[in-house]
Design a protein around this ligand. Structure first.
Ligand SMILES: *Cc1c(COP(=O)(O)O)cnc(C)c1O
Length: 439
């Protein structure tokens, strides 16, 4: 097709036809059955569409591109960081070579995460960083002569990525476990943590965790959880008390503790890291999503000196993992700039402002028919329905209000960029409520 090689813009209908014919989208069939909105550009908190949808050419992004774009789009400082790095080099291999953006970023991550985390593996996506976290834990025990410790424990309702080992610790009720029953490693599952950030510790649940960890300590390499906020597994919040309890139990029974902060990292839940709500430090922590401010794909796995040391004294004294694009300089440079930008401002005030705004604008949704629960924590707002969402109707209802939302299952939720102004925030609230009514 002449248009493909000429570089001239594709008319929207051609673009959509090619998209449908050739391009996989997340969790989608081939050819696609839903028509995606074509985004032409993005700036601030707004996505500019190639053609109007429901009468709107611009949509306020209520999703931060899946937790990532915390500073919005086209931020001058982040653009500049990429441009500046592009002038030096966009990529070089990380085997045998190193460079300032990656070194700076790793040192900065060590500085801002809980103290015992000292070593950083820069991976190219969240799922890969979870794979690396698991490999670190299993290899640690193998190296120090406890090869039997190779299973993982988690609680239900979690999400840790789409590659195979991360899938094995995702909520087992989803289709993934049924489909991959014979393929996935068989992990241990506790019940879902009791709901509610402010709910006091439930002794019966604490007992369940204690019993499981004690009984399986000999085969458990690690407990892996999303701290405080379970994201794609169901958008649920739980008390930081359970993280303190997990830390205590893991210490008592010689089990490592992994926090997957890929969604919660960088302030989203109201603390810089969700672990900070509990004042607890994991042995391994995964970061991703907002790490680069949503500019480029990069994730990080941090671990303690003890784990690194154990691995490095083992029979195979290396961590055998090395992605081609490890430590990518462009991604590392923009990640560094995004962290600087975040920490230089009073980000906590901004996240609290969004929390207050979402509480106010979603308050009315509780009374809407079909709504089971409304919950807000930090810059995250969730409306849970008592039935599966009609995706298309809900998405269109939000678009009619000038807002981009991407509901799933029975959930309509928003985690807007931290720069979202109060008026736009109110519109997001209206759109979530409208989507709940329509969906
Ligand atoms: C998104 C997510 C992942 C997977 O990250 P990808 O970059 O999509 O591979 C893992 N864990 C959590 C908690 C996530 O939210």
């Amino acid at each position: 097709m002449a248009q493909l090689s000429s570089g001239s813009p594709l008319p929207p209908e051609t673009l959509l036809a090619l998209d449908r014919a050739h391009v996989w989208h997340p969790y989608a069939p081939m050819p696609g059955t839903a028509t995606p909105y074509v985004v032409e550009s993005a700036s601030g908190v707004r996505l500019r569409l190639a053609e109007p949808v429901a009468g709107q050419r611009e949509l306020i992004d209520g999703m931060s591109s899946w937790w990532a774009a915390i500073h919005g789009y086209g931020h001058p400082e982040l653009d500049e960081a990429v441009r500046e790095q592009l002038g030096r080099m966009s990529h070089v291999m990380f085997g045998g070579l190193t460079h300032e953006p990656a070194v700076r970023l790793a040192a900065r991550l060590v500085e801002i995460t809980p103290e015992p985390l000292q070593h950083v593996f820069l991976a190219d996506s969240g799922s890969v960083s979870v794979e690396v976290a698991m490999k670190m834990c299993l290899q640690y025990w193998q190296s120090i002569g406890r090869p039997g410790k190779r299973r993982l424990l988690t609680w239900r309702g979690g999400y840790h990525g789409d590659t195979f080992h991360p899938m094995s610790v995702c909520d087992p009720e989803g289709g993934m476990h049924r489909l991959w029953g014979g393929v996935l490693p068989h992990q241990l599952f506790a019940s879902e943590p009791p709901a509610g950030f402010d709910t006091p510790l439930d002794p019966a649940y604490a007992e369940e965790l204690a019993t499981l960890i004690e009984r399986h300590a000999d085969e458990l390499a690690a407990v892996i959880v999303e701290p405080v906020v379970q994201g794609a597994g169901g958008m649920r919040f739980h008390s930081p008390e359970y993280l303190r309890l997990l830390r205590e139990l893991c210490d008592r029974h010689g089990v490592l503790l992994v926090f997957d902060e890929i969604a919660t990292g960088f302030g989203r839940s109201g603390a810089l890291f969700a672990a900070d709500h509990a004042g607890v430090s994991p042995d391994v922590m995964c970061l991703g999503k907002a790490l680069t401010g949503g500019y480029l794909t990069m994730a990080a796995t941090l671990c303690t000196g003890e784990i690194a040391d154990g691995i490095s004294r083992g029979e195979m004294p290396v961590l055998a993992h090395g992605p081609t694009f490890m430590g990518n300089p462009l991604a590392a440079a923009v990640a560094g700039a995004s962290i600087d930008l975040l920490l230089r401002q009073d980000w906590q005030v901004e996240v609290e402002r969004i929390e207050t705004g979402l509480r106010a604008s979603l308050a009315g949704a509780v009374y809407a028919p079909g709504v089971r629960d409304v919950r807000v924590l930090g810059a995250i707002g969730v409306v849970q329905l008592d039935h599966p969402v009609d995706m298309r109707a809900a998405t269109e209802a939000a678009a009619r209000e000038g807002v981009w939302l991407r509901p799933f299952r029975d959930l309509i939720y928003t985690m807007p960029p931290y720069i979202t102004g109060d008026e736009d925030l109110a519109r997001i609230g209206t759109a979530v409520t409208a989507a709940a009514a329509a969906g």
